[in-house]
Design a protein around this ligand. Structure first.
Ligand code: ADP
Ligand code: ADP
Ligand code: MG
Length: 485
């Protein structure tokens, strides 16, 4: 087993990984910036090393400082979490050179999967189903127009090195192409340092269904079932659930096999996620995220597999604790990402001091959080402060449980997107489980959240508080539904 693990990340995911280390008896090292001096993950760790000032480019993204911290503390493993170093093969290579185990997949698998173009080429060869399109970088708009004409508009322009929903643009017709190509290439260059952009067919209102896989260094690789992540705003996930309501048992089985094929083609081990779009009985491989995923807890809730623990065991050279036939699912799980953003200010990030903080608890509730009462939530990083995860015997009960948990969750001093989640959990379309990736715009969810928050404020002003606010949600939804006919 690894003897000491440094977590090259911050916030809730750093705490999550340290918890797994603790249960395995592995001491932990936190690295932190000026902005995180008093953060929960720094307090949780056995040792802590300051690595620079607040901007990530001067701390969490400085590879040399992180490696130096590991050498200084004698950590023989580094867990990158998600974001930051997680999909950085250069960093993984540096770890290897310093005899530090990078807790993730092998470098060649990371290199292959970090390019959407290269991974698509390799998946096509292996017989994995992908979105129709081209697998070359396009820089010339005449060529782009010819390709788009062949595929048929609308098409999607995508940054090959993209991630986090950035660098994905829909092009409706030929007249938009030149400008769109220019801007995506520029964005790709500035965000990812690589201006390779490719074209694929735009799939109208698909589902985002992904499969968790995990493998060891002894040639065993299994899938740990699916997650439905179609509640997205600007291609970014906000709510995830499992099992997906969209796919049949036959499709589930076929997609699980495709996920394993994709991973095995890349020579994969450790945890990873194969993302697919699903529509009308067809599925298309999108990309593989070569890391632990934000939404991994819902998989843990329905399968009982502790993915972070398995990651640490695999990195230590042990065999997987499970065979494919050991993985069974039970019940239903939903995750709501609790973001610090202000619904009444265009959902802009809303950092600040957390003056009140009380987490929900009781049966079937899990909170993965990086915050506490009194913490100054920094403006420099992701706006996600915590994740609220519920489990229940079935989907309707999971939704009712989530509503109860959202109601219990008390966060004061800063604005959060909890009202967004309340509106969705009360929405008949979501409850019916018939939503796709266009769910938020198609159902005016953001507008309804604004209205809900305004009514809640007015109700509180009248001294009515919680009950009246909850009633207001129902009123707003009923009104919006009747408007839609
Ligand atoms: P998940 O499926 O795990 O939710 P996301 O795409 O939402 O994956 O990304 C998780 C986190 O990692 C987010 O905070 C996002 O900003 C960050 N991230 C993902 N890909 C990249 C990338 N290529 N460059 C920078 N940040 C990224
Ligand atoms: P990222 O690396 O940013 O996560 P993905 O390729 O995984 O990029 O796509 C993110 C989301 O964008 C998908 O979940 C889906 O909602 C949307 N998307 C991506 N490609 C297409 C496409 N060809 N047609 C329609 N929607 C797409
Ligand atoms: Mg993705």
């Amino acid at each position: 087993m690894l003897s000491k693990v440094l977590i090259a990340n911050r916030g809730e995911i750093a705490v999550r990984i340290m918890r797994a280390c603790k249960e395995l008896g592995i001491p932990t090292v936190a690295v932190y910036s000026d902005a995180d001096k008093t953060a929960l993950f720094v307090r949780y760790a056995d040792e802590k090393i300051h690595i620079g000032s607040a901007p990530a480019a001067q701390s969490y993204l400085v590879k040399e400082k992180i490696i130096e911290a590991a050498l200084q503390t004698g950590a023989d493993g580094i867990h990158p979490g998600y974001g930051f170093m997680a999909e950085n093969s250069e960093f993984a290579t540096m770890c290897a050179k310093n005899n530090i185990e990078f807790i993730g997949p092998p470098v060649p698998a990371m290199e292959l999967m970090c390019s959407k173009i290269d991974s698509k080429i390799s998946m096509i060869k292996a017989g994995v189903s992908v979105v129709p399109g081209v697998t070359e970088a396009i820089s010339d708009h005449e060529r782009a127009k010819n390709i788009a004409h062949e595929i048929g508009y609308p098409v999607m322009l995508k940054a090959s090195a993209g991630g986090g929903g950035i660098g994905i643009v829909k092009v409706e017709n030929e007249s938009e192409m030149e400008k769109a190509l220019e801007s995506v290439r520029r964005l790709a260059k500035s965000s990812f340092g690589d201006d390779a952009v490719f074209i694929e067919k735009y799939i109208h209102e698909p589902h985002h269904v992904e499969f968790q896989v995990i493998g060891d260094k002894h040639g065993h690789l299994i899938h740990v079932f699916d997650r439905e992540c179609s509640v997205q705003r600007r291609n970014q996930k906000l709510i995830e659930e499992t099992p997906s309501q969209a796919i049949s048992p036959e499709i589930r089985e076929a997609m699980g096999e495709q996920a394993k094929l994709a991973a095995n083609t890349a020579g994969y081990y450790n945890a990873g996620t194969c993302e697919f779009m699903y529509k009308d009985g067809k599925y298309y491989f999108l990309e593989m995220n070569t890391r632990l995923q934000v939404e991994h807890p819902i998989t843990e809730m329905i399968t009982g597999v502790d993915l972070a623990r398995e990651q640490l065991r695999v990195a230590s050279g042990l065999e997987l604790e499970y065979k494919q036939e050991d993985i069974k699912t039970k019940g239903h799980s939903i995750e709501c990402r609790i973001n610090f953003e202000d619904p009444l200010n265009k959902f802009m990030p809303c950092p600040g001091k957390i003056t009140r903080y009380a987490e929900p608890s009781g049966p079937g509730i899990r909170v993965d959080s990086g915050i506490y009462q009194g913490f100054q939530f920094p403006p420099y990083y992701d706006s996600m402060g915590a994740k609220l995860i519920v489990w229940a015997e079935d989907r309707p009960r999971a939704i009712e449980r989530m509503k109860r948990a959202l109601w219990e969750f008390q966060i004061g001093g800063v604005k959060t997107n909890i009202p967004f989640h309340e509106v969705v959990m009360n929405d008949p379309v979501f409850k019916a489980g018939i939503y796709n990736t266009s769910y938020i715009p198609n159902n005016n969810i953001m507008e309804r959240v604004v209205k809900y928050v305004e009514e809640k404020k007015a109700a509180a002003g009248n001294g009515k508080k919680v009950a009246a606010a909850m009633a207001a949600v129902e009123t707003v939804i009923a009104a919006s539904q009747s408007q839609q006919g």
